[in-house]
Every structure is written in C-alpha cells, then in structure tokens.
Design a protein around this ligand. Structure first.
Ligand SMILES: Cc1ncc(COP(=O)(O)OP(=O)(O)O)c(N)n1
Ligand code: TZP
Ligand code: MG
Length: 504
C-alpha cells in the first residue's frame, strides 16, 4: 500500500455517484492509485438534473489542500470542478507556492463549467481567472470541443481550428492540451482525441460508442491519465491507457436512475478491442489533420511464419553469427552501430549469406538499404529509424520488419504498420544501450504481450538466465539478448539453458 502512488482529485461531489469526486476516486482505485480528495463544492444531483451547487468555504477548500500537502503529498493532481473565482485564486496561489519550492506535481485540469445536463456550475468571471491565473500552473488541460470553444472563442470546424485554439491555451501558459473528441464532429464514426504540447502531436481514435450512459466520462478520463502518470507511464502511454479505460467503461455502462448512467469502473483494461488506434500522419485522417511525418499503414510486412521466434541473440560481428548458427540458433541479428555504410557492407553481405546457408532468420539492424540491396531475411528498426526509413521499399522487397517499442503508444503505432514482429523493451536495466525510457518490468511486459496476440513478440533488455523463466512466463514469443551470450564464459551452455527454459 505504501508504494501505491497518491493522486489528489480537487473536484465537486456528485451525489449521484457518477461524476466528480466519486468518479475520480473509482477510477484512481481501479487503476492502482491511492486517491485523496479536496472537495470544492457539494452538488445535489441525480441522473436527471443538478438541483443545487454549493461551493465549500474558502477556508475549507484551503485547509484540505494544506493538510494533504503536510502529510500525503500528491504524485499527480487532477483538478475538476472549480466553481468560484476565490477557489481559483486559492488554488493558483497554492500551486505557485509549490512551484516556487520546487515540488509542484504534474497538474491536470479537466475544466467543468457546464454540467452535461446544461446547468451552469460556475461563477461569472471564473473563466477569466482560470485563463489569466491558473493556466500557467497546469501541465495538461483536457477540454472537450465545447469547453475549448468557451475558453478560446474559436469555433472548431477543422484541424486548423483545433491547432489554433490549442495554441491560444498554450500561449496562456499551460504546458499541453488534450482536446477530447466526444463532441468533435470532424470525423463521423471516430471519437478522436488530439493532444499537443506545441511540439509533438498525438492523435488517438476509437469507434464512437453508442451509449446513453456517459455520465462522468471527462472526470474518469482525466483521473485515468493522472493515475497512469503517477505510475510513471509517459504521457503518450497514459493517454492510450486512459482512453482504453474509458472505452471499456462505456461499453459496460448501465443506467442507475431515470437518466444517463455513469461510466463503469472495471479495472486495468486488457481487451485489445478497447484500445485506441494511433492515427498515422500518412493515413487519410492523418493527412486531413495535417499531421507531421510520412508514416503510413502500407501493405504490411512478410510474416516470420511463426509466433515463436525463440532465443534471439543480437551480435555485432559475422564471427558471432557463425558461432551462433553452429550452435543451432535460428533467429539472430547483426547489430553494428554507427559505422559508414561502406565499412559495414561486406559484413552485411557475409551475414546474409550465412543466414541463408543455415536457413536462419537473420535480421540486419539499422542498415535497411543494405539489407534490401542484398536480400536479407529481415530488418530491425527502432522508433526513430522508422521515421527516417522508406518502409514501402522494405515491404515491397519482401523483407521482414521488426520494430522496437517501449510502451503502449509505440506498440499501437507499430501495430498499424503490421510489422513481422514487435520488440518490447527494455524490460530490465541494460548496460548495452543508453535508453531514454525506463525499464518496463515484467508486469507491463505481460500486459503488452497480451495486447498483440496475433503478432510475434520479442522481449529485450537486461535479460539473463536468472530472469528468463519469468520473462518467458509473461507470454512473449521470443527473448533477445546481447551480453547474456556475448559476455558468457560458455556461450554454448547459456544457449542450451535458454532453450530449455523456452521449451517449457
Ligand atoms: C530485437 C531488438 N529489439 C530492440 C532493438 C533496439 O533497436 P533500436 O531501438 O533501433 O536501437 P539500436 O539497436 O539500433 O541501437 C534491437 N536492435 N533488436
Ligand atoms: C539493443 C537494445 N535495445 C533495447 S535493450 C537493448 C540491449 C540489450 O542488451 P542486453 O541483453 O545486454 O541487456
Ligand atoms: Mg536502430
């Protein structure tokens, strides 16, 4: 319990239980966080109407913030309903103090000025206070299209409007914006969410879910993002996970009263059908949205003809390839880093010839043009590599493609390209490569592997004989290793031991 990350929700109480504090706490608990609440207002509402909204006193509002800060500091703060200008001022000052002392957590603000039933819950002038004071302390603002229009006065009819309004908010000081697609009508059947921090853009789409029971969707989504961030998922993965959580909850939602019912809270999403698709820049929608880049779905890559690629050594010389092939290895990679093409071409030719002689699946890392030129079995590329490579050239030449991924978002992006396998890493700390991401660990590995049952998966990073049984249990189809073999006193014995583990 001690290591369950603390997430604060600063929001209004919904007596109907479907939104506000109640939805937030359900979501935070369902996704493995510990929720603390700062109640900004009490609402008397049911599924049909909001009868009364009563803000708590300024003293009570501030006091909740202070006592929590003293004893239960937040890893992430989610803010929902703020109904008075003085609450906005108090919160702004509080966050400013945290910021000045260098310990302001990441803050998500899901603006709620108008209830879905239409009744206003906020003071006049609140919006100005938010825009002019609070926004510089907000790391992520999550408006829907209506709230966005209210905030920016930009009417959203095109992707240009989305960017323009996001820029208005970023210019006011918030660090990033997620424009939720629930009310966006740009694409008929797709509920599309657009995130930007002014540099990067992420667009996630899911089929619209036809349900009468959508109460608390905004609260649940922003709390899900907060809880994922509190568990150190990067923002792109938090967005994916939160959307999957919401889709899962919307599909299972049922009415509890006469009116619209709440989103269901069912725990960590695992069904691939609930996960959104990543909109690629080269897709029809990506072009409509003017997304930067070329990546497109294409025709997919040749299959490896098995989901189980087995032990997959990654080595840096033809000599190692020869040695491993002699030991009976059937999947391997030549990974020579950062050399001029002319210097590696002969090694690549020799490794490809060896792979063919032994009828092995020999992948060439990075040097995709040479791999195509010399007819390799396959190519392995990382996240940056796939932005630069001309993927249709690789697929048309009939080469297999393996792609490195480091979390939900990259996996879903890679999946759209229909590669021959997806590598998941790094699982444990590794000395072999400087990794910008954190080690994923076994729990996440199992979740990722279950998301792509139709595709071969490869676990990589810090895997040795001791760790291999648990990695294998996580359900991957292959284990890739560098130093476990290349630094072993007896590589043959290590290969035999890995094979035994993976045969069970
Ligand atoms: C099987 C496998 N998985 C991951 C990688 C890493 O590829 P990448 O992220 O492009 O990094 P470099 O290996 O190029 O440094 C890999 N090579 N093989
Ligand atoms: C190339 C690469 N990509 C992710 S981790 C890694 C290195 C794995 O090496 P090791 O098995 O020695 O940890
Ligand atoms: Mg690479």
């Amino acid at each position: 319990m001690k290591d369950t990350p603390i997430v604060w929700t600063i929001a209004g109480s919904d007596s109907g239980g479907g939104a506000g504090i109640q939805a937030d706490l359900h979501t935070i608990a369902a996704l493995g966080g510990y929720g603390c609440s700062v109640i900004s207002a009490v609402t008397a509402q049911n599924s049909v109407a909001v009868k009364l909204v009563e803000a708590v006193s300024d003293e009570m509002f501030l006091s909740q913030l202070q006592v929590l800060a003293q004893d239960m500091p937040a890893k992430i703060i989610k803010v929902g309903l703020l109904s008075t200008v003085s609450h906005v001022n108090i919160l702004t000052e509080f966050l400013q103090g945290m910021s000045e002392s260098g310990n302001k957590p990441y803050v998500i603000y899901d603006p709620i000025a108008v209830a879905s039933s239409g009744q206003s819950m906020a003071d006049n002038g609140l919006q100005d206070a938010v825009i002019n004071q609070l926004l510089p302390y907000i790391d992520l603002l999550t408006p829907n299209a209506d709230e966005l229009e209210e905030f920016t006065q930009v009417v959203i009819t095109s992707s240009h409007d989305i960017r323009r309004s996001a820029k208005v908010l970023l210019d006011k000081g918030c660090r990033s914006v997620l424009i939720k697609g629930g009310h966006l009508e740009l694409v008929d059947d797709l509920c599309m969410d657009f995130w930007t921090d002014g540099e990067r853009e992420i667009v996630l789409g899911s089929p619209r879910i036809d349900s009468d029971h959508k109460h608390g969707t905004g609260c649940s989504l922003s709390s899900a993002i907060a809880t994922a961030l509190a568990q150190d998922f990067p923002i792109e993965d938090a967005l994916v996970l939160a959307k999957a959580y919401l889709n899962q909850g919307l599909k299972a939602a049922t009415g509890k009263g006469q009116g619209p019912g709440p989103v269901a809270h069912l725990g960590w999403p695992e069904n691939p059908q609930d996960f959104p698709e990543v909109i690629l820049p080269g897709s029809e929608l990506g072009r409509l949205l003017n997304l930067q880049g070329e990546l497109e779905e294409g025709e997919g890559f040749a299959s490896c003809d098995t989901l189980q690629l087995g032990l997959y050594p990654v080595v840096d010389s033809v000599q190692w390839c020869q040695k491993l092939l002699d030991m009976g290895i059937t999947t391997l990679q030549l990974r020579i880093k950062d050399q001029p093409e002319a210097e590696v071409e002969q090694d690549i030719i020799d490794a490809i010839a060896l792979g063919k002689k032994y009828q092995a699946r020999l992948f060439i890392n990075d040097y995709w043009q040479l791999a195509v030129k010399h007819g390799a079995y396959g190519v392995h590329l990382g996240q940056e590599d796939i932005n630069d490579a001309v993927l249709p050239q690789i697929s048309r030449a009939g080469l297999r493609l393996g792609i490195s991924t480091h979390g939900y978002y990259e996996m879903l992006r890679a999946k759209k390209i229909r590669p021959s396998y997806i590598a998941l890493g790094h699982i444990f700390p590794t000395q072999t490569k400087d990794m910008p991401s954190r080690p994923q660990g076994l729990e996440r590995l199992a979740k990722y592997a279950a998301l792509v049952p139709e595709m071969p998966t490869v676990a990589i990073g810090g895997i040795n004989l001791e760790r291999a049984p648990a990695v294998w249990q996580a359900g991957v189809g292959s284990i890739a290793v560098v130093t476990a073999i290349t630094l072993a006193d007896d590589p043959q014995a290590v290969v035999t031991a890995f094979n035994e583990i993976m045969a069970s």
